[in-house]
Ligand binder design. Structure first.
Ligand SMILES: [Mg+2]
Ligand SMILES: [Zn+2]
Length: 176
């Protein structure tokens, strides 16, 4: 049983959950980062509802298509599900940076979509990712952000930094 009220954790995918292969169109390239499963399990046990928010501009750039991207996501969800980690929603931006969409992080679209899909408020949400576009998304929607990085000085003071999802989960459990 969750110990707390459910709250939303928005997870970047590449470089946060799995190794960033840069424009991943093939599920064979999926490999968990160290700490990913343990961190997500700890968040689940604390009552977090997990959603993925992912920029996949490889679609807009013509490097792979939406169906391939969905196949990668389905495979990742199955890999997580095999370890008892459920992802409540996947929100994906398929656009290239020059398309001016409202869903490419740090624009708020993917977070708004995930909040609507889960019925959970962004004001109590966390965003975890390895780029400034992820912490920028947190700022854009009034959530708290954690930058995944080996460099403790990489993020402005208003964001947390964590080496991996185990550290990120520990921050959230301490702060939530
Ligand atoms: Mg990333
Ligand atoms: Zn978009």
């Amino acid at each position: 049983m969750p110990m707390r009220e459910p709250f939303l954790v928005l997870l970047d995918r590449d470089g946060t959950i799995n190794i960033d292969r840069h424009y991943l169109g093939d599920p064979a390239g999926l490999e968990f980062l160290p700490g990913a499963l343990d961190g997500l399990t700890a968040l689940r046990d604390a009552g977090a509802v997990l959603a993925i928010v992912t920029n996949q501009s490889g679609i807009g750039r013509g490097m792979f298509d939406r169906e391939q991207a969905d196949t990668v996501n389905d495979h990742l969800l199955a890999m997580l599900g095999a370890h008892g980690v459920e992802i409540a929603h996947v929100a994906l931006c398929p656009h290239a940076p020059d398309e001016g969409c409202d869903c490419r992080k740090p624009a708020p679209g993917l977070a708004v979509e995930a909040a609507a899909a889960t019925g959970l408020p962004l004001a109590q949400a966390w965003v975890i990712g390895d780029k400034s576009s992820d912490t920028g998304l947190a700022d854009a929607v009034g959530a708290r952000g954690i930058l995944i990085t080996a460099d403790r000085l990489a993020s402005p003071a208003e964001h947390f930094t964590a080496r991996d999802l185990v550290e990120a989960a520990a921050i959230i459990l301490a702060e939530q």
